[in-house]
Ligand binder design. Structure first.
Ligand code: CO
Length: 161
């Protein structure tokens, strides 16, 4: 009896090995796929009544023209739940910028200065805006909604590679 048990165990070990391998491989290729996600030149970003963007990372290629559409898929108006997309230059202090932006009500929360690369208009529920701009040089940038109190939830990384 014993001599049958050993080969069986060995077989089980082999089987486990083979079962394990494809899983490992799948995992690796999925990770590779994620990190090699194709950069987009047409970007669609959605925002909603719960003060959220549907992306916290946008990946675009360097040297291309980017067409970005921001949609507000909610129902609340822009005075209560306004959203915009504001892309900042890489050396901007986001906290300081957002504080100044929040008090720039007359210009729909776009403060004076040269810290912005591109921005959409302020949207209420049901609105959309599309902007076209050249991707900045390779690097990691911050985008945010500058409506008062929103940026800590509504921000993300804009990666140019
Ligand atoms: Co907002």
């Amino acid at each position: 009896m014993k001599k049958y048990i050993l080969p069986f165990c060995f077989l089980l070990f082999l089987t486990n090995c083979n079962d394990g391998k494809p899983t490992e491989k799948d995992k690796t290729s999925k990770t590779e796929k994620d990190s090699k996600a194709a950069p987009e030149t047409k970007v669609i970003l959605n925002s909603n009544d719960t003060m959220k963007f549907d992306k916290n990372m946008i990946l675009v290629p360097a040297g291309k023209t980017i067409t970005l559409t921001l949609n507000h898929t909610g129902k609340f108006g822009k005075r209560g739940m306004g959203h915009n997309f504001v892309l900042l230059k890489s050396d901007v202090d986001v906290n300081d910028f957002a504080t100044r932006a929040a008090s720039a009500m007359k210009t729909e929360y776009i403060p004076e200065g040269d810290e912005i690369i591109a921005y959409t208009k302020l949207l209420g529920g049901g609105d959309s805006d599309t902007i076209i701009f050249d991707a900045p040089k390779k690097g990691i940038y911050t985008f945010l909604c500058t409506f008062p109190g929103h940026w800590q939830l509504m921000k993300g990384k804009f990666i140019v590679k």
